[in-house]
Design a protein around this ligand. Sequence first.
Ligand code: PHE
Length: 472
Amino acid sequence: MVAATGSSRDGWSSRTGFVLAAVGAAVGLGNLVRFPAEAAANGGGAFVLFYIFCILLIGLPIMLAETLIGRHGQASATESVKKMAEESKASTAWSGLAGLGILSAFMILAFYCVIGGWVLYYIGIFVADLFQSGVTGGALQNMTPEGIKEIFPTLLEKGWLMALLDAVFVLVTVYFVARGVSGGIEVASVWLMPAFFMLLLGITIYGAFGGAFGEAVSYLFTVDFSKLTGDVMLAAIGQAFFSLSLGVAGMMTYGSYVGKEVNLAKTSTMISFADTSVALVAGLCIFPIVLAAGLSSDGGLGLMFDVLPHAFQSMPAGSLIGLAFFVMVGFAALTSSVSLMEGPTAWTMGKFDMSRAKAATLVASMALLLGVASAYSFNAISDFHPLGFIPLFEGEGVFSVLDSVTAKLFMPIGALLTAIFVGWVADRQLVDAENGLDGGLHQFWRFLVRWVCPLALTAILIVGIFPSILGS
Ligand code: PHE
């Protein structure tokens, strides 16, 4: 593929390669950890229904807007926005929206790889357990339920161990990013995503037969509209953005490696559909197992790292399923962390005229430094609240601040600016030539990008910044 600058530029080897990589970027801890936890914390069915609504009316249109900017620019996210702005005779300051996205991606990368490290730890636990408890019995037979409950808090006490595991996860991520778009990122996605889908289906079928499937279905899909409060809606919109990897310039960067022959409206629909399906199936995978063990969860990270290991204890072949489960989570997390590293890497390469390997190493090292600070924010430096002077982030340590600042501020701002840029600022002909839509659907998409997305995003921002509006 030939870049706008005339230099030869790496790109996806096929449309399937792009779709798998983008699905890999979208499907991650957000689908497997956050979606089920948010559904549990926000009353099940009403949250799920509103979530799907957000994906269709806000997430999908913005996914198309982001990928089309990248595909038009054929350059890093900031350069792509700049190019479109210049050609539209608008201010090149709009490229700041991509700059903000790249910063968000970097911040998410830092704490995401820490969670990736936790997943590695649990893989280790279940491998060891397979030898101790055997293949057929339940998991963690030599531990009491109280002991299992202690695994996660004990890990959170060990800053050095989390930092070490974080480093391993960052290393694996940088390995794929440094190898390039078609030779690294695409290869990882083409192998890991099918393996991920097989594991997800296998474990879900296992849960359907051995677990409380009916209960889980009614839990996730019984809609009680009285539970659809402002807080729940906000949680659903935020989750939709995080899950589709929007507002962080990642989809712009991935879009920049796509050839002109690809219909972006179709690929955006496929990616959003796959991501949402995985979130729903993840719910149907996790809850039957949890409910069958008579456990419950009010959400949070504890669902995956406390409640599930406990549930595997009482299930046949629990160690094996536990291992398969965390390997599956690891695969999903890796293809997402790769996408989080790619945006900042592509930017660094362009900005400082650096080789891919050098740029990726630089980004990875900085993310690791911030990751180590996040790991220690659970123990040694738990009293350090970097943004404690801002009421919205009061009392939050490094790990939590990285998550909150990106989720509550940067991602919605990035997505809002993208919608305004594509809907109002960019030259209409440029946009229309890229979006792959015609007729009524085209009109509808324009309406969503110009009106629905900016209004919804402004509402999220206001309510996110002033939560008291919702009375919470
Ligand atoms: N979408 C990913 C997930 O669900 C997280 C992510 C966010 C990845 C932003 C890239 C960019 O886990």
